[in-house]
Design a protein around this ligand. Structure first.
Ligand SMILES: Nc1ncnc2c1ncn2[C@@H]1O[C@H](COP(=O)(O)OP(=O)(O)OP(=O)(O)O)[C@@H](O)[C@H]1O
Ligand SMILES: [Mg+2]
Length: 258
């Protein structure tokens, strides 16, 4: 009995620790854009600031507000997921249109980043899913692939059947890759391979995209895995249970026997 209690206490302590860390990280991430915002607005309000510089300061302030709004969005999503309030609307949906739509967005982003984006394989499949969340999931993976691949690189997506009962969406990039030592942490909240550099550079994300991706996949009864080599590139693979439509009046691709 004592052992069971000890185990329970250890688990509770671990989850309180995780909660404390989450709150501390979230506050820290919100404080940074607030500091920048204050400086921008002070500059815009200062009577000695030339008109042109005022506009620049206000534009910068708007950018920080967008960043903060994104962060708050992500935090709310994760908080709801923690509470078990999934707000998922699962229904039978086709994946192909979602993947094509994500590819279109990715192609535009890829062009801006000097990358080749392609979709060499699409095998449509139905899943019991939330279309908006699945789109968000695919976009998170693809925007990472684009963000962490230097100019001239390649980003490739595929949608394919696995063993007749699962469908795989994979994103392969030829980018920076992730070291074996870092790999276990990629799905943790606020984790970034290189905090200092990625904060200062254009890349600067919050380290929440993959935590959200992981939640969406789990809420769909699927798995999300990663294979990567530092300097060589990464492959992120989502496996989702395939929905086999068994209604007698279901539209069939193949001719049915009479
Ligand atoms: N395709 C990839 N190639 C190399 N590193 C990656 C890739 N995807 C993720 N990473 C690493 O994992 C970290 C966490 O990714 P995640 O998407 O959770 O956060 P982020 O992209 O930094 O910020 P955001 O919250 O805006 O998504 C990244 O900061 C990066 O270091
Ligand atoms: Mg990301």
């Amino acid at each position: 009995l004592a052992e069971t209690l000890n185990r329970m206490i250890a688990r509770l302590q671990a989850s309180f620790g995780a909660l404390r860390r989450f709150t501390a990280d979230a506050s820290h991430e919100l404080k940074t854009p607030l500091t920048v915002l204050r400086a921008d607005i002070e500059r815009a309000m200062h009577p000695g600031t030339p008109q042109a510089d005022r506009l620049v300061a206000l534009e910068e302030a708007m950018q920080e507000i967008t960043r903060m709004a994104d962060l708050v969005d992500s935090l709310l999503t994760l908080a709801r997921a923690d509470e078990g309030r999934f707000d998922l609307h699962r229904e039978p949906i086709h994946l192909e249109p979602i993947v094509r739509d994500v590819t279109e967005t990715a192609t535009i982003l890829g062009e801006g980043a000097g990358l080749t984006v392609s979709l060499p394989l699409v095998e449509d499949a139905m899943v019991l899913g939330d279309a908006a969340r699945l789109r968000q999931l695919f976009l998170n993976l693809v925007t990472n692939a684009i963000k962490y691949t230097p100019r001239g690189g390649k980003v490739e997506m595929t949608l394919s059947h696995r063993n007749n009962n699962a469908v795989a969406f994979a994103v392969r990039d030829s980018g920076l890759g992730i070291s074996a030592a870092d790999l276990p942490y990629v799905f943790e909240r606020f984790w970034r391979a290189d905090r200092v550099r990625s904060r200062a550079s254009e890349r600067g994300g919050f380290g929440l995209g993959l935590a959200i991706a992981q939640w969406i996949v789990q809420a769909h009864g699927g798995t999300l895995t990663v294979q990567s080599r530092l300097g060589r590139g990464s492959v992120f693979t989502v496996l989702l249970p395939m929905l086999v439509d068994e209604r007698p009046d279901a539209p069939a691709d193949a001719p049915q026997e009479a």
